[in-house]
Design a binder for this molecule. Structure first.
Ligand SMILES: *Cc1c(COP(=O)(O)O)cnc(C)c1O
Length: 354
């Protein structure tokens, strides 16, 4: 791919790592590539970060034909720049394209676009523990047309921003609301694709959870309101009676790369992982009988997030007395260690940007 480059006249000051938070800052440049039904994907370019003008009738603004990805670049102690399984993000981006009638990209082009931009912006990668450069690739439908129809033009854009901890509270156990009124997705819908609309659908429940003092929502399935699915933007795991259980990918759950990696690590550490339907009743029963040992969410943004308390139908249920359990901390330490190059990567998961 021949990526053209426009130099920025003025660079932004780099923040100190204490001030990072999540999603507040963007870097100096962005990648853009256009699509037209006659030409395919064309004109890849890296340009100064700036607003993009859109016609008020633009497709994505009305019907939400848009998808995204999220991954991170890490600075290793010896100064290397590492990505974590980026080829999985490229593959998933194309799966999300397929579900939303967006024309697929060449997965090598996606990786090349990410690595070119990250290489250019490598001075933005913070090095303090728990920090990284968040990478947000996304695609929007750009036809100026109010009819409901797949767009004939698109933009593929990548933006970057330095990040610290996802939750202001750091890696502390979170309290979550088990949501039995609103649903995120059903099989046959768009739950297994990373579409923008899934997030629009989640906001009302998230708002309710925050009002009840919770940080996230634990979604139940949309048909029986009984089986656990995901926690906000994370996949979810429960450890019950020595066994680690995560909901099977039933069509309404996003197939997380952190989920998949956690399962591989758990197997290596001798834990059987059951991928199956897990009902809220089974979890509450385990709580009652003292076998609910740990629970955590997995996702790129927060990596591993311990769950310390559930709120369900007005009652509170503590998990592991609200403390971080041993499996949760093993996964957090191992994953963040591999991702940031502090631990050896025997799986071949890291991808160095040279
Ligand atoms: C992105 C996302 C995840 C986590 O996926 P990772 O690849 O682990 O970052 C989980 N659930 C939803 C709804 C998501 O959008």
């Amino acid at each position: 791919m021949n990526i053209s480059f426009t130099k920025s006249g003025r660079l932004k000051p780099k923040p100190s790592s204490e001030a990072l938070g999540f999603g507040k800052l963007t870097t100096d440049y962005m990648f853009i590539m256009d699509y037209d039904a006659g030409r395919g994907w064309y004109d890849p370019k890296i340009v100064p970060y700036s607003p993009i003008p859109l016609d008020p009738s633009t497709c994505v603004l009305h019907y939400g034909q848009g998808i995204f990805e999220g991954l991170k670049a890490y600075r290793s102690p010896d100064g290397r720049v590492l990505l974590f399984r980026p080829e999985e993000n490229a593959r998933r981006l194309n799966n999300s394209c397929d579900r939303t009638c967006i024309p697929p990209l060449d997965e090598n082009d996606i990786l090349e676009a990410i690595t070119e931009l990250v290489r250019l912006e490598k001075d933005w990668i913070p090095s303090a523990e728990g920090t990284s450069l968040y990478i947000r690739p996304f695609i929007i439908a750009t036809d100026p047309f109010l009819g409901v129809h797949p767009s004939r033009t698109y933009m593929f854009i990548i933006i970057l921003g330095p990040v610290g901890n996802y939750y202001p509270t750091g890696i502390n156990p979170i309290k979550i609301l088990v949501e039995d009124e609103y649903v995120r997705a059903v099989a046959g819908g768009t739950g297994e694709a990373k579409t923008m609309g899934n997030y629009a659908a989640s906001l009302k429940a998230q708002d309710k959870a925050e009002k009840l003092g919770c940080i996230q929502v634990l979604w139940l399935d949309g048909i029986h309101r009984k089986y656990v699915e995901e926690v906000g933007s994370m996949n979810v795991f429960f450890k019950i009676g020595g066994k680690v259980i995560t909901p099977a990918l039933s069509g309404s759950i996003l197939p997380g790369i952190t989920r998949m990696s956690s399962m591989e690590l758990l197997k290596k550490h001798g834990y059987g992982v059951e991928e199956r339907a897990l009902s809220i009743d089974e979890i509450l029963h385990a709580h009652k009988t003292g076998t609910l040992e740990e629970s955590f969410g997995t996702g790129t943004a927060a990596v591993i997030s311990p769950i310390g308390e559930l709120l369900y139908k007005g009652s509170n249920y503590m998990v592991n007395n609200g403390a971080i359990g041993p499996v949760t901390s093993m996964l957090y330490d191992t994953l963040t260690g591999i991702q940031s190059g502090r631990l050896p990567d025997e799986f071949g998961w890291t991808f160095e940007v040279k």
